[in-house]
Design a protein around this ligand. Structure first.
Ligand code: NDP
Length: 310
């Protein structure tokens, strides 16, 4: 199958831009080319171009605040995009779709590390339940199209992602881009930095160029209906992330924590052993400090022309 006939939805987002380097001849879609919440626009898209395989990244994405302030919007937009895309792709004979879920769809109370079969075992964390249920339905939809029509629709479960072209809007960014921006701007202005929570939660982070390679590997080699955890499983304390960013920018001001603000789940380690059996190795992930340094340098070089700032 030709790389030219791979369509990447969400091709202009953070993961999409990383995939542009991994699959340079694929077709990359933005919401301006086709609003996937619109069934008519989605149908027209497939009339215009030949598509054999899809990497479905398009989603309404955000951090804790954006999720909890916009529960209905996250539910509506993600459900509509997923419904329209899978339904139209099946009708148009698309051979394979690889869609992204997220580790935040896992139950709030679960056995650690998170294994794929636990996804539907209980309610997700209350802060992002609408996004989580819409994403869980993407697993259900993918399996339903496989069972009824024989479609090779598969799903991957990344953990927290970061990298070049992240979203640095403080109203809806994730933890790493928010800290990068706050520390960088405080360094420029000579001020201090106030971060949400208390810095104690542990998180796993995956660098988007690594994720792009894993998605390529899955597109070629994974055909199983079970979702696959694909993140780097090294756990890092948020405080450690902040202190690395402070070092990278050589920030000399004060870093304070606002413990009245939500800090999310304490930890949610995931199990990527099935991915490791597929041919990816733990050593293939870029070491976290190197990846973080790349992301910080990219931000500094492109500031203020970065998403969420300009
Ligand atoms: P971004 O927010 O960076 O990008 C979102 C992409 O979706 C953009 O290309 C955007 O297009 C597109 N999009 C949004 N709304 C629509 C729409 N109505 N119609 C068509 N396209 C639309 O997301 P990421 O790259 O960070 O995330 C990619 C995937 O990874 C998502 O499915 C997300 O759920 C998943 N994921 C992300 C994590 C993270 O930490 N970022 C963690 C785990 C999973 P445009 O820019 O043109 O509007």
């Amino acid at each position: 199958m030709k790389e030219e006939n791979i369509l990447v939805t969400g091709g202009t987002g953070m993961v999409g831009v990383a995939l542009q380097r991994e699959l340079p001849r694929a077709q990359f879609l933005s919401s301006k080319i086709c609003d996937l919440t619109d069934p008519g626009a989605t149908r027209s898209l497939f009339k215009q171009q030949e598509v054999e395989r899809i990497i479905h990244l398009a989603a309404r994405v955000g951090g804790i605040k954006a999720n909890s302030d916009n529960l209905a919007t996250f539910c509506y937009e993600n459900s509509m995009m997923n419904n329209n895309l899978l339904h139209t792709a099946q009708k148009c004979g698309v051979k394979k779709i690889l869609s992204l879920l997220s580790t935040c769809v896992y139950p709030d109370i679960a056995s650690y590390p998170l294994t794929e079969e636990q996804i539907h075992n209980g309610p997700p964390h209350s802060s992002n339940y609408a996004y989580a249920y819409a994403k869980r339905m993407l697993d259900v939809q993918s399996r339903a199209y496989r069972d009824q029509y024989g479609c090779n629709f598969i799903t991957a479960v990344p953990n927290n992602l970061f990298g070049e072209n992240d979203n640095f809007d403080l109203e809806n960014s994730h933890v790493i881009p928010a800290i990068i921006r706050k520390v960088y701007e405080a360094k420029q202005s000579g001020g201090n930095v106030l971060l949400w929570g208390d810095g104690t939660p542990l998180r796993e982070f995956t660098y988007t160029p690594d994720l792009a390679k894993i998605l390529h590997l899955m597109l070629e080699n994974y055909d199983d209906p079970t979702p696959l955890n694909i993140g780097n499983t090294v756990e890092i304390e948020i405080k450690r992330v902040a202190s690395l960013i402070v070092e990278i920018f050589d920030f000399k001001g004060e870093l304070k924590w606002d413990s009245t603000k939500p800090k999310g789940q304490f930890r949610k380690p995931s199990d990527n052993s099935k991915l490791l059996k597929l041919g990816w190795s733990a050593a293939d992930y870029t070491p976290f400090p190197d990846a973080l340094e790349n992301a910080c340098h990219w931000f500094a070089e492109n500031y203020p022309k970065v998403r969420g700032v300009a």
